[in-house]
Design a binder for this molecule. Structure first.
Ligand SMILES: CC(C)(COP(=O)(O)OP(=O)(O)OC[C@H]1O[C@@H](n2cnc3c(N)ncnc32)[C@H](O)[C@@H]1OP(=O)(O)O)[C@@H](O)C(=O)NCCC(=O)NCCS
Length: 223
């Protein structure tokens, strides 16, 4: 691979399945008009309005009926453990964006961990007497808060093919209830593309003149 001055080098992750080793390779892109990874150079571009929204944490819907319904389908919403950081970050990197993977890593540094994940327990597990012989849990979604700013929710994502089953709402409400327990009165949903989703799920309202909010950076490593 010949690299010339002015080329932009973007790391590509291969070996995509969870549990396999991830082999980073370099792909040469000669001055691309459209970035391969839209967020790869740490700036944000969008052609739709991306506003912030406000949520009253003292008037949240109960999350427990949703958690029970998901449980009955073998899905659990829980906080990740710091030791699960690598698996979570790689999964988010593969399914969503690099900055969201970094956001998860930041969330796992917080105490308490400011992140919830949705996991599906493998049904083919045969229990044994070994207390550490637990069923594998497959990631299907994540949500973070207190990453870009204190009191701010985001990012969040649910795996394609698992959307529309209440997982996103459960992750959102789990985070918002945790924020309330930690002493916040209101939460800000940062840089929202799906206003209706947050309005319906948590009663969020648009904050006037909040676009582009705090997401203004255009940091690049080189020109
Ligand atoms: C947004 C997202 C997390 C929702 O997750 P989900 O598991 O599908 O959410 P739910 O199943 O709880 O959906 C609840 C409702 O919101 C609706 N909804 C989902 N995504 C929506 C969107 N982008 N805009 C408006 N409504 C949406 C669903 O249709 C559903 O409606 P219903 O109850 O009438 O059927 C998921 O679509 C996703 O990962 N999107 C890509 C990443 C993303 O956009 N993250 C948020 C950035 S602001």
């Amino acid at each position: 691979m010949d690299i010339e001055k002015g080329d932009r080098i973007v790391p590509i992750m291969e070996g995509a399945d969870l549990g396999t080793s991830i082999v980073p390779t370099l792909k040469r892109i000669a001055k691309p008009p459209v970035p391969l990874l839209p967020f790869a150079e740490c700036y944000y571009e969008t052609d739709i309005p991306m506003t912030d929204m406000l949520v009253k944490l003292y008037a949240l819907p109960d999350v427990n009926p949703l958690l029970t319904a998901l449980n009955q389908k073998g899905l659990e919403i829980r906080r990740p453990h710091p030791s699960e950081r690598y698996v979570l970050a790689e999964w988010v990197r593969q399914h969503f964006h690099e900055p969201w993977a970094v956001g998860c890593e930041v969330a796992l540094e917080n105490k308490p961990v400011s992140c919830y994940i949705a996991v599906e327990k493998r049904q083919d597990h045969v229990p044994s007497d070994d207390p550490y012989d637990l069923p594998e849990e497959v990631l299907v979604g994540f949500a973070c808060y207190d990453v870009d700013s204190k009191g701010m929710f985001g990012a969040m994502g649910v795996k394609e093919g698992r959307r529309g089953q209440g997982i996103g709402t459960a992750l959102l409400l789990a985070c918002l209830h945790a924020m309330k327990e930690e002493g916040y009165a209101y939460a800000v949903i940062g840089w929202v593309a799906s206003v209706d989703f947050y309005a319906n799920a948590a009663g969020a309202t648009v904050i006037p003149d909040s676009e582009p909010g705090i997401f203004r950076g255009k940091l690049v490593g080189s020109v």
